[in-house]
Design a protein around this ligand. Structure first.
Ligand SMILES: [Zn+2]
Ligand SMILES: [Zn+2]
Ligand SMILES: [Zn+2]
Length: 282
């Protein structure tokens, strides 16, 4: 499985768009891995998890033509994960010219909760030039595996928003398993845990929300929630010594620049994702 992080920051990015806190001032000066665009991830070159408002620059920086993306799996409707305008551009025939595809095959599959699919339908209402036939929508049910481009994807309930079903995802490719765990405030309810245990996998890579950094978690995780969740995953043999643990969706909230936070968490055997991080696991 190939995992490519296109963006690794929280909703406001790092440095935050309009922020002059010391961490954002430092990040602007330091550059490099301290610059984080909004989170989204590409699996095996064709399946994306979320579509960030930075997707234009992410596609240029990573030399990816988005015309090769066949499927997008959405975690939830927050605008840093579901960029309606970018998605509508895929549906504008004048903006997405695909001579390599017959018209009947010129579409993208999108997956998410009923709330995500509703938000996409609402976006069409504001975009008269977007052709709805260019998107095939699929509603995902909690804990129910679905096959997407050779990957098995299992939506697991996230603890993130009132009034909306939000998912994190287990992604399985052959004997490799990846947990993409943001945005969530941490913990898994009993049924979710049972589902993950029943998969019978040990995760090769786990990627967890760390928006809160050293702060106490809320609808996002901080280090306390992360270590509790890792403890539960370890007790159930879902992660072992060989599992690579990344923290993702990092924000300026705790006031620590990304490279310092990375140095801090390395003592616990974890590392911070960065834009462009790519790994091949087999
Ligand atoms: Zn987010
Ligand atoms: Zn800031
Ligand atoms: Zn969110």
């Amino acid at each position: 499985m190939k995992i490519q992080y296109l963006g690794t920051g929280a909703a406001e990015g790092f440095p935050a768009l309009f922020c002059s806190c010391p961490a954002c001032i430092s990040a602007r000066a330091l550059g490099g891995k301290n610059i984080k665009t909004r989170s989204c991830c590409l699996i095996n070159d064709t399946v994306m998890i979320d579509l960030s408002p930075d997707i234009f620059w992410q596609s240029i920086a990573n030399e990816i033509s988005l015309s090769s993306i066949t499927s997008i799996i959405f975690t939830h409707t927050h605008h840093d994960h579901l960029d309606r305008f970018a998605l509508m551009l895929r549906c504008r025939d004048g903006a997405s010219i695909m001579p390599h595809l017959p018209d009947s095959e010129n579409f993208i599959d999108v997956y998410g909760s009923a709330d995500v699919i509703r938000a996409i339908h609402e976006a069409f209402a504001t975009q008269p030039h977007a052709n709805p036939q260019r998107i095939h929508c699929h509603i995902l049910e909690e804990n129910l595996p679905i096959e997407i481009d050779g990957l098995v994807c299992i939506p697991i309930k996230a603890n993130h928003m009132m009034g909306e079903t939000c998912y994190i995802y287990c992604i399985i490719d052959g004997d490799q398993a990846f947990l993409y765990g943001n945005d969530t405030g941490g913990g898994l309810d009993k049924e979710s845990f049972r589902t993950v245990i029943a998969l019978g996998v040990t995760f090769s890579v786990v990627s967890l929300d760390c928006s809160r950094g050293t702060l106490i978690g809320d609808s996002h995780m901080g280090m306390d929630e992360i270590s509790k969740l890792c403890g539960m995953l370890r007790e159930n043999s879902l992660i072992t010594e060989s599992t690579v643990i990344y923290l993702n969706h990092y924000s300026h909230m705790c006031g620590i620049v990304p490279e310092e936070f990375d140095a801090l968490i390395r003592a616990s055997g974890m590392s911070l994702t960065y834009d462009g991080l790519t790994m091949l696991i087999d």
